[in-house]
Write a protein that binds this ligand. Structure first.
Ligand code: 13P
Ligand code: ZN
Length: 270
């Protein structure tokens, strides 16, 4: 068997281990049916000289976008049509390491196997390009299909600006503390499309988590665990809302005064 890119690179191996662990959570939560969802992590900081000399194991593939900040950057990507539950067990067989070429509009697969990256690569890479533009030390992006949150995106009333953020924040105090920017909304676009990528990019100017109407959420963070945590706290709030509705009543939510007290105590932006 050929050598894995992870051999002799414990810091990179740790990153992949965190991705695999997160993939397992997504499956356990019921958010990752079949191949649902995807993860990419910018691993450029781990690309040593030996790694940079690795030959490509695929021909160049166009991204569909030109992303000037990503020249020479490296990413681990879940493979398209690959299961999260398999990524959890065998990350290097269900994802691949890619390198962005000098034209900034194509990539090649470098390791370990020629697994084609996720169909949502345009959204993921556009977002990573934007982090660098904004000088943000964010390395991870995650797309998943959380049941309660997606259910809430099927009605117009929750899709208006910040309606869902305020509702979800008011379900349990910690949601605002740990997801202080709330939840942006990108209106329905075809999965994997460039239009979905631009809508995501627009919303991420103000939020770290974006609802993809009737589809899922897209979350970003300094690392994959932090991106996951934001979705986890939002989905917890959505589940509390849903549980109250199932008990036959509309939950009151925390009062404006209680929310304000939280914002002051936790030094939150708004
Ligand atoms: P991939 O299998 O291509 O990652 O697609 C899954 C998905 O959730 C698309 O939105
Ligand atoms: Zn999806």
């Amino acid at each position: 068997m050929s050598k894995s890119i992870l051999e002799g690179r414990p810091a990179l191996a740790r990153q992949i281990q965190d991705i695999a662990e997160t993939a397992g959570y997504l499956w356990q939560k019921g958010w990752a049916e079949r191949n649902g969802g995807n993860i990419t992590v910018n691993i450029t900081d781990y690309a040593d000289d030996a790694m940079k000399a690795f030959p490509a194991i695929s021909a160049p593939v166009p991204i569909g976008l030109t992303l000037p900040n990503l020249k020479g950057c490296w990413f681990f990507c879940k493979g398209t049509n690959r299961r999260m539950r398999d990524l959890a067990r065998y990350p290097m067989e269900n994802g691949s390491v890619i390198r962005i070429l000098d034209d900034c509009s194509s990539y090649e697969i470098v390791a370990d196997n020629p697994v084609k990256p996720t169909s949502e690569l345009p959204s993921h890479l556009a977002v990573h390009n934007d982090f660098i533009d904004r000088g943000l030390d964010y390395k991870a992006s995650l797309h998943t299909h959380p049941i309660a949150l997606v259910a809430m995106s099927h009605t117009e009333k929750f899709l208006r600006k910040d309606v869902l953020s305020n509702l979800l924040w008011s379900m349990i105090p910690e949601t605002k503390a740990f997801c202080p920017k709330g939840l942006g909304v990108a209106r329905y676009e075809l999965p994997g499309s460039l239009d979905l990528a631009s809508a995501t990019l627009r919303e991420l100017e103000d939020y770290d988590v974006v609802m993809w109407e009737k589809h899922g959420v897209f979350a970003v963070g300094p690392d994959i665990m932090e991106a996951f945590d934001q979705v986890d706290v939002l989905d917890k709030s959505a589940m509390i809302y849903l549980s109250a509705k199932c008990m036959g009543y509309e939950p009151d939510g925390m009062t404006k005064e209680q929310m304000k007290e939280m914002s002051v105590a936790f030094n939150l932006p708004k």
